[in-house]
Design a protein around this ligand. Structure first.
Ligand code: TRP
Length: 331
């Protein structure tokens, strides 16, 4: 019987340790989606070559990331977890889609323009066709829903354009995918100094990683930027304070959050106390996750088993799409 669940797909590049922003912005939602959709989650290791020429740590990074994804809630029995590089069908689809992608649109992609600024000495063809490879990732399973953050929405829109052109030129093969998250906005986790979204590459003291130990988490929180406190009741919170409150709302009990909110609004907040509580609750949240991930990493054969299992399932779906694609083109 045909499977009627909609297909969800998302990917992540293996270029660093997972942090709280990845957890709350992506992983937590993926873990929920695996029970409601047919889910494919993968490590975009080919994409990482566009910026990381050095592949010495690729295998370690990949295995660590898979451990963290599983420790963070992905269940290999419930969703398909795989490496992009294990699915050669994606590369073939990428080739076809490249003929439908135009230089002008690729050059004006925001992520591309950012990279040109960041690495002007390495503006390679893989970098400019990054959205085409991403489209191949998505279309290879004829996915409908792609959980991603704001910064990736342009790529999903480009994916729709490539899919539409393919369908128009060769015949209907692809549904048109959309960026998707549960109702409304994703929680936005800020750096501990309030300077924008928590990210892998920023100052490590401003980012909390799922791999940080208890002492380090506590040290980072205690060092987080604060000030003298508000001087007028019901003031608007500066970003760096709002960031701490957001974390508190995610890991602490409601009573605790309400108490500090009230203290803030009444100008009697003691940030030292709040940070102590936040550090304690964050430690309790992260510890089991970190310990599970570390336990998994001690068994690389088990991780490789998850990945080869995932590759088997992903290739089956990918092959079925390629049969349709080749037939439509006329090979
Ligand atoms: N470009 C995405 C990012 O940097 C990663 C990615 C690659 C992806 N292929 C994808 C995400 C396909 C969703 C679907 O976050």
């Amino acid at each position: 019987m045909e499977n009627k669940k909609e297909i969800v797909l998302s990917g992540i590049r293996p270029t660093g340790f997972l942090h709280l922003g990845n957890y709350y912005g992506a992983l937590r939602n993926w873990a929920r989606m695996q029970y409601e959709y047919d889910c494919y989650f993968f490590i975009a290791d080919w994409h990482s070559l566009t910026t990381h020429a050095d592949t010495k740590d690729l295998k370690t990074n990949t295995r660590r990331m898979v451990s963290e994804l599983v420790a963070g809630g992905l269940d290999p029995e419930k969703c398909v977890i795989y490496l992009q590089s294990d699915i050669p069908e994606i590369a073939e689809l990428y080739l076809y889609l490249n003929m439908l992608a135009y230089r002008g649109e690729l050059e004006k992609t925001s992520t591309f323009k950012d990279k040109v600024r960041q690495q002007p000495e390495n503006v390679n063809a893989g970098l400019i066709t990054y959205p085409v490879l991403q489209a191949a990732d998505i279309l290879i399973h004829r996915a409908l829903k792609v959980p991603v953050g704001k910064d990736q929405e342009q790529h999903i829109e480009m994916t729709r354009n490539f899919a539409e052109r393919f369908n128009h030129r060769y015949g209907e093969v692809f549904p048109l995918p959309v960026a998707f998250n549960y109702g409304g906005e994703l929680v936005k986790i800020l750096n501990l100094d309030g300077s924008g979204k928590m990210s892998k590459s920023e100052n490590q003291m401003n980012t909390i990683y799922l791999n940080d130990d208890d002492v380090l988490i506590t040290r980072k929180i205690m060092k987080a930027k604060t000030d003298q406190g508000p001087v007028a009741v019901n003031s608007k919170k500066p970003d760096y304070i709002q960031g701490l409150f957001t974390l508190l709302s995610l890991v602490s009990k409601k009573d605790t959050v309400d108490k500090f909110e009230e203290d803030f609004n009444q100008c009697r907040i003691r940030y030292g106390d709040m940070k102590k509580q936040l550090a304690e609750d964050l430690v309790s949240f992260i510890r089991p996750l970190r310990e599970n991930a570390q336990r998994l990493q001690q068994n690389p054969a088990h991780i490789d088993g998850i990945l080869s299992d995932g590759a088997g399932k992903a290739r089956k779906s990918a092959r079925a799409t390629l049969v349709k694609v080749r037939e439509a083109i006329g090979f």
